[in-house]
Design a protein around this ligand. Structure first.
Ligand SMILES: NC(=O)c1ccc[n+]([C@@H]2O[C@H](COP(=O)([O-])OP(=O)(O)OC[C@H]3O[C@@H](n4cnc5c(N)ncnc54)[C@H](OP(=O)(O)O)[C@@H]3O)[C@@H](O)[C@H]2O)c1
Length: 286
């Protein structure tokens, strides 16, 4: 199993031949994914075909060069695609399968971001025996900062994997992992933005409680989360070391750290990831 975690290679040259990529579903994630690709050098080597049954979602890509908006998926939309990216809700897979099952070229790559849908289930539902990459990005794709983990089935070749990696690093970081960890990925980084929004909201309320105007409190809380995350990423230091560096003996921070420990902040977050993982597993089974 390959395991690779990479920072976005935004200046990397893309594959030489033009590939046709069909994206199905242009909601939050589908449109973020397309925007990410369009902002990256990868766009020069891809011909994007977009499909969603809501015309207003297609309209956001009107007059964008290198993008074709499909008003329906005719056989040609699928059979000419080198890559098919599924960005609908998991429960919409049967309706997508009605449109594309059995029509995807055997040499093509199917990429799915559908939570809790395994590569085996995709292969079976889409009647497709080729390469499948299952990926779990998160909503930070919208600002080019997604954290994505991906796994592949046994029919994926190196070209498939390189292409999938290029697509997901065009709007954030992307790591390969094994499929058995994809529910945990959902519990950590797929759902994770919601946990961090709650942290930002609570820190903001703390500032407001202490008399701060809300806009100032929100700005300080948001930038504190952003800057702290960047410090972890750029220094490569363990978060505990960074925390110790800002914890003066007898100071304010250690008093707050004690409070957080007493009230179980860390245990709560560990449990949150575990609970979301279990939920993802149960959805997969159901
Ligand atoms: N949102 C997140 O934070 C997040 C994070 C990681 C992964 N994901 C995964 O990303 C996927 C998409 O999530 P999302 O939040 O982007 O959902 P979304 O906003 O609901 O977007 C899905 C889009 O696909 C359309 N659609 C449904 N069936 C279709 C069909 N047969 N043909 C064409 N278009 C169709 C939907 O239209 P209708 O609304 O009319 O059905 C909608 O516009 C999900 O599977 C989710 O598990 C989401």
């Amino acid at each position: 199993m390959k395991s690779k975690s990479t920072k976005p290679s935004r200046t990397k040259k893309s594959t030489a031949t033009t590939k046709t990529v069909l994206v199905i579903g242009l909601g939050n994630m589908g449109s973020a994914l397309v925007r990410g690709i369009l902002k990256s050098p990868l766009k020069d080597s891809l011909q994007l075909k977009l499909f969603d049954h809501k015309p207003e979602l297609l309209d956001q890509f009107e007059s964008v060069s290198g993008v074709e908006r499909l008003s329906s998926i005719k056989a040609t939309g699928v059979s000419t695609a080198d890559v098919v990216i599924l960005c609908t809700k998991p429960q919409d897979l049967p309706s997508v399968a009605k449109l594309i099952a059995g029509k995807i070229k055997p040499s093509s790559l199917v990429i799915s971001i559908l939570a809790a849908i395994t590569t085996d289930k995709l292969a079976q539902t889409l009647k497709f025996k080729g390469g499948i990459v299952r990926a779990m990005p998160n909503i930070a794709a919208t600002v080019g900062e997604a954290a994505t983990a991906m796994c592949q089935n046994s029919h994926c070749n190196d070209t498939h994997m390189e292409l999938a990696h290029q697509i997901f690093t065009s709007f954030g970081t992307a790591s390969w992992t094994k499929e058995s960890l994809m529910d945990a990925v959902t519990g950590l980084s797929g759902s994770g933005p919601a946990y961090i929004y709650m942290v930002i909201e609570s820190m903001t309320d703390g500032g407001v409680k202490m008399g701060m105007p809300r806009p100032l409190a929100l700005e300080l809380a948001t930038q504190t989360v952003l800057g702290s995350a960047q410090l972890v990423q750029t220094t490569g230091l363990h978060p505990a070391i960074l925390r110790d560096q800002v914890t003066t003996p007898g100071g304010t921070t250690i008093s707050a750290v004690h409070e957080l420990e007493e009230r179980g902040l860390r245990a709560m977050l560990i449990s949150a990831v575990a609970t979301a993982t279990e939920k993802s597993k149960s959805l997969a089974q159901g």
